[in-house]
Design a protein around this ligand. Structure first.
Ligand code: NHR
Ligand code: GAR
Length: 210
């Protein structure tokens, strides 16, 4: 049986989507004791841990404590789900090919924070979310799946974020399942599903024929 660890910092709606998809979640770990997602996880009988980054003198020592806690659960895959601490190169190397993140933009556009606001500001018409393997370079790892969400004329960052989030909840469980089940072929930056399942999602069905 494969094992999944989820790292969160906040409300944990993506964590919930992973649990509700029936994935084998061994534990949920947060860097914040007040993360809303921890309450939901405990209510659902899932083991939880808190590793508070403020109690560590520097990033390497936080990352070391985090890795030690993760490794006690002997996970096959580690999924970042709204996890807000940048991870150091040794941490990323330890879980190479098994550490995955969901980022709220169509990478490589809009790396970093405040993506919805920046997409509207830039005037792009297609936005979305990306599930990617984590590498030492922030928001730059190989892409597993992307969801395209149209930007509407009257969108504000909150409304756009809400639609992107719904797409995230569809693509994240799909991609994590591929990883857990060994359904991905990886060569360099290129990741392909072995059974040719589509690695994109259109939030707007009208474009299906393209
Ligand atoms: N770590 C590595 N090495 N590579 C990635 O691609 C990572 C990562 C850690 C987290 C998620 C990411 C996102 O999807 C992620 C990807 C936090 C920040 C950030 O600036 C940036 C990107 C992401 C997560 N964090 C601040 C920091 O100093 C703290 C911000 C806060 O606490 O609110 O770590 O967007
Ligand atoms: C999600 O939109 C996720 O893509 C994003 O934060 C939200 C977390 O929501 N992640 C990042 O911005 C990482 N820097 P959730 O806690 O409800 O899953």
């Amino acid at each position: 049986m494969s094992r999944l660890i989820i790292l969160i910092s906040g409300r944990g709606s993506n964590m919930r989507a992973l649990v509700e998809a029936g994935l084998p979640v061994a534990a949920v770990i947060s860097n914040r004791a007040d993360a809303g997602g921890l309450v939901w996880a405990r209510e659902h009988g899932i083991a939880t841990e808190v590793i508070d980054h403020r109690l560590h003198v520097d990033r390497p020592s936080f990352d070391q404590a985090l890795a030690e806690t993760i490794d006690r659960y002997r996970p096959d895959v580690v999924a970042l789900a709204g996890f807000m601490r940048i991870l150091s190169a040794p941490f990323v190397e330890r879980y190479r090919g098994r550490l995955v993140n969901i980022h709220p933009s169509l990478l490589p556009a809009f790396t970093g924070l405040h993506t919805h606001e920046r997409a509207i500001e830039a005037g792009v018409k297609c936005h979305g979310a990306t599930v990617h393997l984590v590498t030492a370079e922030l928001d730059h790892g190989p892409v597993l799946i992307q969801a395209i969400v149209p930007v509407r004329q009257d969108d504000d960052p909150e409304r756009l974020a809400e639609r992107v989030l719904r797409a995230e909840h569809i693509i994240y469980p799909r991609a994590v399942r591929w990883l857990l089940e060994g359904n991905l072929d990886m060569t360099g930056d290129h990741v392909r599903t072995r059974d040719a399942q589509p690695q994109y999602l259109w939030a707007d069905g009208s474009a299906e024929g393209l």
